[in-house]
Structures are given as C-alpha cells and as structure tokens.
Design a protein around this ligand. Structure first.
Ligand code: SF4
Length: 240
C-alpha cells in the first residue's frame, strides 16, 4: 500500500516538474543515449580515432552487402578464410559456383589446386589467408566489372590492413590489376615482386583455374612460389 502511495507521489511530482519546465519554455528533455553503440557508430569511431578494424568488425560493416549488383545473384557472401595473422595471403578475382554455395573461397577444382600449391610450399590452408577481389559470385563466372570491383575493393583493403601479411600472392589478371593499379597483363608481370602500399610485397602469378586449362604453366607458378618461399624463409624442396 505504501508503495502505491510512493509511486503516486513520484508521478505527481514529475508532472509538476514537467509543467514547470514547460512554463519556463523547455520543450525537450535531453537524455543519455544508450551505451550500446550501433555498428555504424563503431565504424565511425574506427575512422575518426584511427582504430584498426578487425576481420570481425569488417565483416559486420560489410553486413548483408548490397553495394553492387552482384548481390542480386549470389547465394552467399564469400568473405575470406584463414589465419587472421597470416604472413602470406592469396587473393583471387571472385567466387565461383562452389564458393558461392559453401561461402568459402577456393573450394572448387581450382581451389583444390591452390590447396596443393600451398601444401607444396610446406604450409596448410589454415596458415595463410585466402580472399577475393569481389566477395559475390559474378553470374556465369563472368569477369567482375569495374563498378563491382570499386565497391568491393575497400573491404579487401581493410582485410589486408587487419591481417598485415608480409606477402600477397595475387592470382590472375583481375587480382593483380586491382591490387597493383596496373593495366599490365598477368603474363607480363608474373614472377616479379611489386609493392602494395610500399610495405607489402606482391607476387602476381597465374590463377589456378588457368592452370587447370594450361598444365604446362604449373612450372612457372611453382617458380613464382619458390621466390615467395625464399622471402618468407621457408625451406625449398628442389625436387617438387
Ligand atoms: S561483391 Fe562486394 S560490394 Fe558487391 S554486393 Fe558483394 S560484398 Fe557487396
């Protein structure tokens, strides 16, 4: 009973106080916003305070992305997979059918070949990080278009910033041209180190799907990987 009286008293006093505020011209009462920050404000904080995004925060920012038209035909966004502290990163051009269905990059036939290449280097898939220039499958496996690449590229760049690899192997024309801002074809630039943002070495080489159609090019890719292994201080088995 006394509780009810207390509540009535509080309500009465609050009403009187609100009436008083109204009389003196206060039309709005400021309130403390929720301390639980929205993802949007977290991203803004990261930008303004220069806080390094993590793979998790990048994934949250990407969300159910509809920034380019590829979202209309995808099954899944293929974000990337592997060691968040990898010294070595592989970047391809975009997911294919298997990747789109499994939400993981390089899991189809070309992916199995990439896994063999990684293992031949003395590493496991889980030692490296694998991503693509675009995270949604282009319909009929067509090449990603410039507007799609420019919408998706910032997320790949953030992933690279978060992982800070020592070397990025770019697989095929689109990945090489996107990361190195060049119009040169892969045949011309493969096998040489370039730089991404002045401090990360980039080795362009043929895409594994190209190797499936051109077996003879495997030798060149292995030569390129040996250069990468030498840079990373990995033991090179000359017999491979
Ligand atoms: S390709 Fe990239 S930018 Fe386009 S919808 Fe997918 S995640 Fe978004």
């Amino acid at each position: 009973m006394s509780n009810n009286n207390d509540y009535r008293q509080i309500i009465k006093q609050t009403k009187e106080y609100l009436r008083y505020l109204n009389d003196i011209g206060v039309k709005e009462i400021p309130y403390e916003k929720s301390k639980v920050k929205s993802q949007k404000s977290k991203v803004k904080d990261e930008e303004t305070n220069n806080i390094k995004p993590t793979l998790e925060s990048i994934k949250e920012e990407l969300g159910d992305c509809k920034r380019c038209k590829l979202h209309k035909t995808r099954t899944n966004i293929v974000f990337g997979v592997g060691n968040p502290n990898a010294k070595l990163m592989f970047v391809g051009e975009g997911p294919g059918e298997d990747e789109d269905l499994q939400a993981e990059p390089f899991v189809g036939r070309a992916g199995q070949l990439l896994t063999k290449i990684i293992e031949a280097m003395g590493l496991k898939r889980s030692d490296v990080y694998i991503a693509n220039v675009v995270k949604c499958r282009p319909p009929e496996n067509r090449n990603p278009e410039p507007d799609e690449i420019s919408e998706c590229r910032p997320f790949l760049e953030k992933q690279i910033d978060a992982i800070k690899p020592e070397i990025i192997v770019v697989l095929g024309n689109h990945a090489a041209q996107t990361l190195l801002n060049t119009a040169s074809g892969i045949t011309k630039i493969r096998g040489q180190f370039f730089y991404y943002k002045d401090n990360i070495k980039v080795m362009p080489t043929f895409h594994p799907s190209y190797l499936l159609r051109n077996e003879s090019k495997k030798k060149e890719v292995w030569e390129d990987m040996q250069k990468v292994m030498a840079e990373l201080g990995l033991k090179i088995d000359a017999k491979k």
